[in-house]
Structures are given as structure tokens and as C-alpha cells.
Ligand binder design. Sequence first.
Ligand code: C5P
Length: 240
Amino acid sequence: MRLPADNPVFCAVDTNSVEAADHLAHRLAGRVGGLKLGLEFFAAAGPDGIRRVATHGVPIFLDLKLHDIPNTVAGAVRAVVPLGPAFVTLHAAGGRAMMQAAAEAARSEAARLHRPRPRLLGVTVLTSLDDDDLRAMGRDEPVAQQVDRLAHLALDAGLDGLVCAATEIAHLRRRFGREPTLMVPGIRPAWSGADDQKRVTTPAEAMAAGADFLVIGRPITRATDPADAARRVREELVAN
Ligand code: C5P
């Protein structure tokens, strides 16, 4: 797998336009550790859109948040392996068998195609949900306990790591050690605004807390000069 050796930043390219994503990939190749493409882009542009972005040689984090029966999720993982994503996400709430099937599918399909294996990251509780939302779904534990429970399930089922909020990093490192990959969104460089993020952490704070990778979207994608914004993020990281 081509993992960013010295740049932990995955830029979130939240668009449904192949042209816009292609343009950003061109500007940002070599300036960020990778690009995060999500469900919106995949629904609009499909595997061809991913292939086009990948031609710029930048590692891809395919944020599909898969959640279905084990057979279907395994099939979806097998189908994306040829696209060569560095990371793929799935919902830990899909359960142990689903995650085990996904991990086995990633391993066996990558071996069959002689391709690098995508790293699978579990999503625990969406930050759009609070304790009341969970109760309405019959899940009575508070968010923090659900995060802990689902993180344990995901890692025990063989996933490589987790997507987590910066506020969860310290707890997850204490509980699960250095091994799991932690990918952290909700990051804002010191010089940028918060947009609609309620709680933000700077890149340096998140890395110091134990993040492996940072997801940063709008501070880079909406900057007048995205390449320069990526450079400033990097500078801020190196300086700290
Ligand atoms: O533009 P911004 O940096 O806020 O984008 C962050 C990216 O990370 C978006 O793609 C968003 O969907 C994703 N994300 C997030 N917070 C989470 C989980 C994912 O902002 N808790």
C-alpha cells in the first residue's frame, strides 16, 4: 500500500463532480497524504470517478461507511479492491460477522489480484447522533459507552483501525494501545474558521493526542489556493 510517509493529512473532497475532484487532485498531489472521497462522490461518479482521481497518484480513502449483511459487504469490499484504496470505512454497528467477512474479503481479493490490501476502518457512532437519538433506536447506553463498545467489537473482528473524534483519541489509545490506526476528522488549522463543525481540534493537537491521520476538508478545498492551504497545514504540523 502507498501510505503517506510524512504527511498525515487526508483532504476531504466532498463533491459530486468528477471535474472538481480531478482538479483538486491535480493541485494537491504531493501536498497532502491522500484524498478522502465519500458516498456522495461514489454515488455520482462511481468507480470510474475514483480511477480518474487516482491517476494523480495520491492515496485514496474511500469513505463508503458500508453497512449491510456480511455477504453483501464482503462483495462490496471485493469490488473496490481493484480501485486500490488505501482505506475503506464500514459501520461497526453492522456487527462482528459483517466486519470479519469484510476483513477476509479485503485480504483474499487483494492477494488474488496481487494488489495492496485496503486498510479497513470502523465508524462507531456518527457525530450527528446524540444520546436521545440512540435511545430512540433502542440503544440505551450513552454515546461514549457505545463508541467504546463498537470500537472494541471492530478491532476484535479484525479491522485495522477506527474513525474517531479528536476527543476520543486519548481514551482509545489508553484502551487499545498504539496498534489501531486512528483517522480523525473535525480538524481545523489555527488559521481557519470552524464552518459547521461544533468541536474542532488543530492538526498539531490531534497528532499530539495520538492520531495517525487527519481528515481536513473545507479549510483546504475552499481556500483560494488549495495547494497553499495544504502547505500551511503541513508547516503548522512540522512546527509543532
Ligand atoms: O470540511 P471538513 O473538514 O469539515 O470535512 C470533514 C470531513 O470529515 C467531511 O467529509 C465529513 O463528512 C467528515 N466527518 C466529519 N465528522 C465526523 C465524521 C466524518 O466531519 N465525525
